[in-house]
Ligand binder design. Structure first.
Ligand code: PLP
Length: 396
């Protein structure tokens, strides 16, 4: 087993500036084992998996092995995995595929207020086109949906509920099995976006009790441009793209074989190491949060550690300028994400922070730190030390 704490050489060929990557919810470095697994499919095993000759068969073999690896990682059957270009496509394939196919049954969809834009914007398009009605259920101060609020929102004509498993900004983990059970009780199809979960918390489609689950490769130390949608057999869903018959016509288009092979390998590694890795990430994250509390008394930490992804810390620094803090951290080689969005040149709280009721003033400087493969105690210490300096300097 590879020691995941071993520092990957992600800074190879760059300047001597110390660089610390703490933005794993945005994307992750591709693990060396994954690159190794992919290489033959970028070189000699380049065939089209739909071709019947030996080149095609070799490519298909790699792709089907990956389908099995991904299925095993989520407790699914390989036949129910549909490859996509990533999490975004998996989300809209789920939403549009269910919504359009069930129009005759009803027009009402329920989502949570903290969904990723892949879900939010697909639903916004439904609304703009006047095709469907939408109910957006709120979250509490920790970013968690109350299953009873979902139950209350269900009405005759509700065809789909989509609530993400874990939030990408604050890391809140939703009570998905309970929400899925409510959906099932009412005969409503349930989708969950589990893009942020692989390798951080267990993802088992039977335990989640969902009908459709979205996944993405580049969040789990696989390459970009690959993802998957798991569809429970018998789900009232239809494809939305047309073309060749790939993926049993569920998602036509020549598959990204090297990407898929890498995704499969990344899933196998993530699942094999999940327990150890999650515990280590949690330890580092808790240490980081403690350090930030000490360095910046009065800092507001968002989310509840026990109901949050083990790798994610999100906090607001009152009175600081977010852009200046991010730029200064970057100048010290530290990569983290902003917690707010740039709206017409000024910073506004993200829809997630707004939904959680974080006051706009507090949210003005918010940071997301997300740990992952290769991070060490030294990275955490460096981050806390630099943040302390940067904020003290800005306040002077
Ligand atoms: N869903 C969630 C929760 C995400 O965090 C992301 C990426 O940030 C996506 C969907 C989109 O995934 P991809 O980048 O693979 O399209």
């Amino acid at each position: 087993m590879v020691d995941f704490r071993q520092k990957p050489d992600i800074c190879k060929g760059r300047s001597a500036l110390r660089r610390v990557y703490l933005d794993h919810n945005a994307t992750t470095p591709v693990r060396p084992e994954v690159v190794e697994a992919m290489l033959p499919f970028l070189q000699e095993r380049f065939g089209n998996p739909s071709s019947i000759h030996s080149f095609g068969r070799e490519a298909r073999e790699g792709m089907e092995k990956a389908r099995g690896q991904i299925a095993a990682a989520i407790g699914a059957d390989a036949a129910d995995i549909v490859f996509t270009s990533g999490g975004t496509e998996a989300d809209f394939l789920a939403l549009k595929g269910v919504a359009y196919h069930n129009r005759s049954r009803g027009k009402h969809i329920i989502i949570s207020a903290v969904e990723h834009h892949a879900v939010l914007d697909t639903c916004a398009e439904f609304l703009t086109a006047g095709e469907f009605d939408l109910t957006v259920v709120p979250v509490d101060r920790s970013g968690i949906v109350d299953p009873d609020a979902v139950r209350t929102a269900i009405r005759p004509g509700t065809i789909l509920i989509s609530v993400m498993y874990a939030n990408n900004e604050v890391g809140s983990v939703q009570p998905v099995p309970q929400i899925a059970a409510i959906a099932r009780e009412h005969g409503v199809i349930f989708h969950t976006d589990a893009v942020q979960c692989l390798g951080k918390i267990p993802v088992n489609v039977r335990e989640l009790n969902a009908d459709l689950v979205s996944l993405s490769s580049h969040k789990v130390n696989g390459p970009k441009g690959a993802g998957a949608l798991w569809i429970r057999p018998g789900t009232r869903w239809a494809p939305i793209n047309h073309g060749g018959g790939q993926e049993r016509a569920r998602r036509p288009g020549t598959e990204n074989v090297p990407g898929i092979v890498g995704f499969g390998e990344a899933c196998s590694l993530a699942v094999a190491e999940l327990e150890v890795k999650a515990a280590e990430l949690r330890r580092l994250r808790d240490r980081l949060v403690e350090g930030v509390y000490e360095a910046l008394p009065g800092v507001l930490v968002n989310g509840e550690p026990e109901r949050c992804l083990p790798n994610t810390a999100h906090f607001c620094i009152a009175g600081a300028d977010e852009e200046a803090v991010l730029t200064a951290l970057d100048a010290h080689g530290i990569a983290v994400s902003a917690g707010s969005a740039c709206v017409s040149g000024s910073r506004a709280p993200s829809h997630v922070l707004t939904a959680m009721g974080v006051p706009a003033e507090a949210a003005r400087c918010s940071l997301r730190v997300s740990l992952g493969y290769g991070n060490t105690d030294a990275d955490v210490e460096y981050f806390v030390q630099v943040l302390r300096q940067v904020v003290a300097h800005r306040e002077r």
